[in-house]
Design a protein around this ligand. Structure first.
Ligand SMILES: Cc1ncc(COP(=O)(O)O)c(C=O)c1O
Length: 454
């Protein structure tokens, strides 16, 4: 059997799939963080180029991928879809498990799929510099790489705990030409305020976003780029699922279950969204999003308007949220430490099209070890949440004697996460769960004002 199903370069999709076209009901609008009024494109213009703003609100089903973007994506795409035969064997499951290997990109994850088009659309509109946040370091590296390709300066606010845990991610970003600051930093008003209150803060994605947005709005040549959550990011990531669909078709397979981890929702949306129309037209296909118990946005969050950042400068976003002031425990899956979730994925959860499940860090690393020892790839801690979900699904199939086809997104490798693996192997990994009281307190910080029906 051929374990690895490739597509040739010509099969690289020439259009992105836009899930907004097929949602059972349109997404509620973003709202202005100050006035609470629905946002206009002009409100977003200081942050994003016009093409990305159009994509953000578009309900066109297919959006063309510019040829220059396809060329750059072609550096590593199409990515392989691999049948995880050795994992199947170790589990003794009748399930057929496939993974879409996004770890083969230059940065080691799915993140460059959106970094390349974001840098491109900014560059062609005359922007010379981008700011961003990064949690795991994957997005910051991806944007640094993309900016190097389009001649843009890049400044990255990296969540303090990741900055300390992953010094070589910083070196990678600097190698690609970016400037990197540990967030909270002294570079911005928001960072200085947080440091004055909590000098030893671990940082959070919400804080780093506040800093990156502030650093962008003051300068007309600078824009801000977000690595997840927003509709245009999910749109760019649809290339994962579009390729996977073709690859499954080429071996006469149909997915029964699609699994992905969810931080802000972009890789999960990427693998899942092109299959959603099949479900809406009656195919029996399940979507399972996985997350940490330490930051249980999908499983325990509230569907409400909340700020996308800690300070409240980012738009009010209709999403599942744990409250914008929530600072998750310093787990090693830095990319899953975000208080909110993509509006698209939040809406699919609310419609019960997407199921969600949360795991503790220890069980996730057990899953990562089994995967590394069978399939060979050392997964990123974020990705290991998907693998834990897949193993549970495969064990369910074993218990029920069902030969289902399980497809998951291998969102990234963990070559820069060896400190986490070292801690796990030496028994020093600490688990943490969000208590009911803490959750209640966080949700009390939700902004008063607009509500989403239901
Ligand atoms: C390897 C990897 N997987 C998953 C994620 C989660 O992000 P998202 O939910 O946007 O895919 C991240 C975020 O940094 C990541 O680095």
């Amino acid at each position: 059997m051929n374990r690895s199903i490739s597509l040739d370069g010509e099969a690289l999709p020439d259009k992105w799939y836009n899930l907004q076209a097929d949602l059972p009901s349109p997404l509620p609008p973003y709202r202005h963080p100050g006035t609470g009024e629905p946002l206009s494109p002009d409100d977003l213009a200081p942050l994003f180029p016009s093409e990305l703003i159009k994509q953000e609100v578009s309900r066109e089903r297919w959006i063309e991928i510019p040829e220059t973007v396809r060329e750059k994506l072609g550096i590593w795409r199409p990515t392989p879809l691999v049948r995880a035969t050795f994992l199947e064997e170790a589990l003794g499951t009748p399930a057929r498990i496939y993974y879409k290997n996004e770890s083969v990109s230059p940065a080691g994850s799915h993140k460059p799929n959106s970094a390349i088009p974001q840098a491109y659309f900014n560059a062609i509109e005359g922007i010379t510099s981008l700011t961003t946040e990064t949690g795991a370091g994957q997005w910051g590296s991806s944007l640094a790489f993309a900016c190097a390709h389009f001649g843009l300066d890049c400044r990255v606010f990296m969540v303090r705990i990741s900055y300390d845990q992953k010094p070589y991610r910083r070196t990678l970003m600097e190698t690609w030409g970016a400037e990197v600051f540990a967030s909270p930093s002294n570079e911005t008003e928001a960072g200085r305020k947080i440091l004055a209150e909590t000098p030893d803060s671990n940082g959070s994605l919400g804080m780093a976003i506040s800093e990156a947005v502030e650093a962008a709005v003051g300068d007309e040549n600078t824009h801000y780029a977000l690595g997840s959550v927003l509709n245009h990011v999910c749109l760019h990531q649809s290339i994962i699922g579009l390729e996977a669909k073709e690859q499954l078709k080429s071996v006469d397979e149909k997915a029964d279950v699609i699994v992905g981890c969810a931080g802000g929702g972009s890789n999960f949306s990427g693998i899942a969204s092109p299959f959603v129309p099949d479900r809406l037209s009656g195919q029996d296909i399940r979507f399972v999003a996985t997350e940490p118990n330490a930051c249980p946005t999908l499983t325990r969050g509230k569907y409400a308007y909340d700020y996308g950042d800690l300070v409240g400068v980012a738009p009010l976003t209709p999403m599942l949220t744990l409250g914008h002031s929530f600072v998750p425990a310093g787990i090693h899956a830095g990319g899953l430490r975000y208080h909110g979730m993509s509006p698209l994925i939040s809406a699919l959860c609310k419609e019960k099209i997407v199921e969600s499940v949360a795991f503790d860090q220890g069980s996730v690393f057990d899953a990562a070890l089994l995967f590394a020892r069978t399939e060979g790839i050392l997964p990123a801690p974020e990705t290991a949440h998907a693998i834990k979900g897949v193993i549970d699904e495969a064990n369910r199939c074993k218990d029920l004697g069902r030969s289902e086809c399980i497809v998951f997104n291998l969102s990234g490798h963990g070559h820069f996460d060896l400190t986490a693996y070292q801690k796990f192997l030496s028994g020093d990994l600490v688990d943490s769960e969000l208590s009911e009281d803490d959750l209640k307190n966080q949700l009390e910080s939700l902004p008063a004002g607009p509500t989403i029906d239901g």
